[in-house]
Design a protein around this ligand. Sequence first.
Ligand SMILES: C[S@@+](CC[C@H](N)C(=O)[O-])C[C@H]1O[C@@H](n2cnc3c(N)ncnc32)[C@H](O)[C@@H]1O
Length: 223
Amino acid sequence: MICDPDETTRDSYDRLAAEYTRRIAGELAGKPFDRDLLDAFAASTIKLGPVYDLGCGPGHVAAYLHERGVEVTGIDLSSAMVDQARALRPGLRFRQGSMTDLDERACLGGIVAFYSVIHIGRDRQTAMFARWRDALVPGGWLLVSFHVGERDRHLNDLWGIPVDVDFLFFTPEEIESRLVAAGLTVVERYERPPYAGIEADTRRCYLLARNDEGNDEATHPGS
Ligand SMILES: C[S@@+](CC[C@H](N)C(=O)[O-])C[C@H]1O[C@@H](n2cnc3c(N)ncnc32)[C@H](O)[C@@H]1O
């Protein structure tokens, strides 16, 4: 029997989808730092090609990019979450799928993944990032965010809903080293404390990386 490492995560988010949407779908209104980053990401990717929002949840990041003219598709493991995103943003493209088996021929201008790689085991990440690099056009961008820490958490209950899900915490260095091992160039790194009253009480990191393979216009950090 083949064991699906994402099965319990998918089932958990299927159960969480409605409450997650109620709590989180409007959160960008209170997160100016994230909006600024997404504005810059939209401006950089718009001329390069379509963007995937991986682990899109209720689709608020995809919607924000769409409003800035980006051709965006949201992809999520949980079909209930995809249903929420479609109901909330009927004009946008969302589909069920896993960020671990992205089509390398997607020719993407960008990939954004906010707080979704936290559900992918460390041993699977470098191979996944290498697929993402292949899916990006030369010069294409990846913007990834995660919770900073050294101790993972397993939850059996969230907001009174029974779940069975790991939330992995990473150091910026460890994700950065996997991105580099996957052939991406890390261009910018940001860390910030949580927005009080809006977010869970965890420190956050955002890494911006680029596929420089075949990218003649690459400006390397420090050059
Ligand atoms: C913490 S939520 C983040 C959602 C959204 N990006 C946000 O910023 O609010 C994590 C999301 O990742 C999705 N997810 C987990 N594993 C995934 C996988 N292998 N492929 C695609 N989505 C996945 C979950 O279903 C969930 O919607």
